[in-house]
Design a protein. Structure first.
Length: 142
């Protein structure tokens, strides 16, 4: 969700848009002269390691979960070049950032231990018995 000047990731994480660094370059793909002259590709950079708006436990979780996507300096880089509009590509990049951060901050469900039902145990044992019987019938007695 994008408010005035703040990117809302979840209830506890809000990132001011001033912390996001944008660069623009020419986009690849079709577009003729327009593509060669217009800097429509949006490259968004967000400093996860040094962002003052992230609580420490959130920062640690993001650094761990997004380790494969971060640079050595702890920067997350997202590119968007689907549209021929710089504004749309910028919005797409911001939405991707929001999605990536929200997914990384989701806590996994705790696993509840379960036991197999009596019926499933009996079914498994019956199948094993049938298989064993089949193998025994193939044996040749000397």
């Amino acid at each position: 969700m994008l408010d005035e000047n703040v990117l809302v990731v979840n209830e506890q994480v809000r990132i001011p848009l001033a912390e996001l660094e944008f660069r623009f370059s020419t986009s690849s793909g079709p577009g003729g002269q327009h593509a060669n002259r217009s800097a429509t590709r949006a490259i968004l950079r967000f400093d996860v390691a040094n962002s003052p708006s992230l609580p420490e436990e959130v920062r640690q979780r993001l650094l761990q979960k997004l380790a494969s996507r971060l640079s050595k300096e702890g920067m997350l880089q997202i590119e968007a070049q689907e549209s021929r509009s710089q504004v749309q590509n910028r919005e797409t990049a911001v939405l991707r950032l929001q999605t990536i951060l929200a997914n990384a901050l989701q806590l996994p469900k705790k696993r509840r231990r379960t036991r197999p039902s009596r019926e499933s145990i009996e079914k498994r044992l019956a199948a094993k018995k049938r298989h064993s019987q089949k193998k025994q019938e193939r044996r040749q007695e000397w």
